[in-house]
Design a protein around this ligand. Structure first.
Ligand SMILES: [Zn+2]
Length: 368
């Protein structure tokens, strides 16, 4: 006989628990002689299925290892059931989330989002993802700044809010919006003008300390981790962590890095620059230091929020005209029908004071 009741049992487990032990006993309801126990353990003298779940990464050990099923031996000879051997029962359980599950499809596993990441398998979390939501896509950006250019809290919040209310729904969970984390971190060495060109050969980089983006990110000479570290990517705690190299590898793949600087090299009043490619990018700068004032673009908060979201958009694969349905970049700027912060017309609330801070909400029936 096969019974597939698909019982669902949900339990909240305190975050102090590292390994949760679970045991399952199947009973056969019997109103006359007391409930009979079924045997779901291959061990002699034990009717219980017993297993453990790592609360760090979801790994299951014990009776359910492998297939997720276990079959009892029926206690030949009686065992704990005395003279009345009980039926052998095959029990199958699905324990969710399993290791590596990524329910919201954002590239972070559910366990990384719930608990963080244990790089060396010692059941100690080495790095956490603050405020991660396993049901919504999380997008992490580290933001550093030069003295005098720390972004306004309100500007940072405005951009996070714009992503929070983005009119997108998660195809797996149905949750709406994007959980953007703009993590304002630390001050970086000052430079009047910073070079953001792409130097594939570090020997091509201009001489002088901390005058190009790579100097800020990795250090000059490059030393991202350990004592005497010279880069500013990662938090100070990350850089002095014994797991710094693992954290660096993780965040280089999963985090974007933006710096609020003074001016770009030769840039004057260029507001920012970012890596742009059909597949996105991960570095950008906001460079509003050369601006005399922000009155004609809606104030400093609006200028910072619009520029931050514009440059971040480039790293998400949006050009000044957005991107076409086939995924290629649309480089045409100032298109009147593309009402987006990617478009220079709407980067700031300059020509349209009520423009939304958005990548594009234009639909066939509404203007915004
Ligand atoms: Zn741009």
């Amino acid at each position: 006989m096969q019974i597939a009741p698909f019982w669902t049992l949900t339990q909240q487990i305190p975050t102090t628990v590292v390994v949760q032990e679970i045991s399952v006993l199947v009973k056969d309801h019997d109103s006359t002689g007391g409930d009979d126990w079924a045997d779901t353990s291959p061990r002699a003298g034990d009717p219980f299925t017993r297993f453990k779940v790592s609360m760090i990464d979801g790994t299951v050990t014990g009776d359910l290892t492998g297939t997720g099923c276990v079959t009892g031996n029926g206690e030949p000879g009686g065992g704990v059931f005395g003279a009345d051997p009980q039926p052998s029962v095959r029990l199958c359980l699905e324990i969710s989330p399993g290791p590596g599950f990524d329910s919201d499809g954002d590239g972070f596993s559910d366990w990384e989002e719930y608990r963080g990441r244990d790089f060396d398998g010692d059941d100690v979390v080495d790095m956490t993802l603050p405020d991660a939501d396993p049901n919504r896509r999380d997008l992490y950006v580290e933001l550093d700044y030069m003295a005098g250019h720390k972004p306004l809290d309100d500007a940072v919040a405005d951009v996070e809010d714009a992503f929070d209310i983005a009119p997108v729904s998660n195809p797996n969970t149905g949750a709406t919006g994007i959980n953007l984390h703009l993590l304002v971190d630390e001050e970086v060495p000052a430079a009047d003008e910073l070079d953001f060109d792409d130097y594939s050969d570090p020997g091509d980089r201009p001489s002088g300390a901390y005058d190009d983006f790579d100097d800020l990110k990795s250090g000059n000479p490059a030393r991202p981790c350990g004592g005497g570290n010279t880069g500013r990517f990662l938090t100070p705690a990350d850089r002095s962590s014994p797991h710094c190299q693992d954290i660096l590898s993780f965040k280089r793949l999963k985090f974007r890095y933006g710096v609020f600087i003074d001016e770009l090299l030769g840039g004057g009043t260029i507001s920012g620059r970012a890596e742009l490619h059909e597949r996105g990018g991960n570095d950008f700068v906001v460079s509003l230091g050369g601006w005399a004032g922000f009155d004609d673009v809606g104030g400093r908060r609006a200028a910072e929020a619009g520029t931050l979201m514009h440059e971040l958009g480039h790293t998400l694969g949006l050009a000044h005209g957005g991107r076409r349905d086939n995924g290629t970049l649309d480089e045409i700027n100032c298109k009147p029908n593309y009402q987006s912060v990617m478009n220079y017309i709407w980067q700031f609330p300059r020509y349209d004071a009520g423009r939304p801070l958005s990548y594009s909400r234009l639909t066939s029936t509404t203007r915004r």
